[in-house]
Design a protein around this ligand. Sequence first.
Ligand code: FEO
Length: 169
Amino acid sequence: MISKKVEDRLNKQIELEGYSSQLYLSMASWAEKSGYNSTAKFLYAHAEEERLHMLKLFSYINDRGGHAIVPEIKMPPSEFDSVYDVFKQIYGHEVMISGSINDLVGVCVDERDFTTQNFLQWYVNEQIEEENLARNILDKLELLGDDKARLFLFERDLDSIIMQNNQTE
Ligand code: FEO
């Protein structure tokens, strides 16, 4: 059984993961209509991953005697300045999510809920990967600059970055 405090905080995390999914989806749509097809593919796939992060929380809360709540999710931005801007926002967003997961672990420690703390270890590890991936892509974009021809090369490289990332998972 989880405490009300842990349950509420896990439900808050559901909202954040749901927002993450919508944010990536919105970014994917922008990239697709702007002609960045590999970027769009990456972002659509990531929107699905975020939905799975959210659903994992649903199962956990309900399995532990709580009630997972479908949240109202605010509308994400729909316009972005560039592919660089997209990944810069992703990096900032993932750093914020990592902070939220760490706070949540802190609540579990305060409540002496070591089972939930253990469950959250998966998210802690996932956030290390997510931040690294976003940072890696951002570094690449910084080297290439915003030149359209070079972005074509970035698009080509993105598939191999994704492949490398999948191999390390
Ligand atoms: Fe579910 Fe990108 O954090």
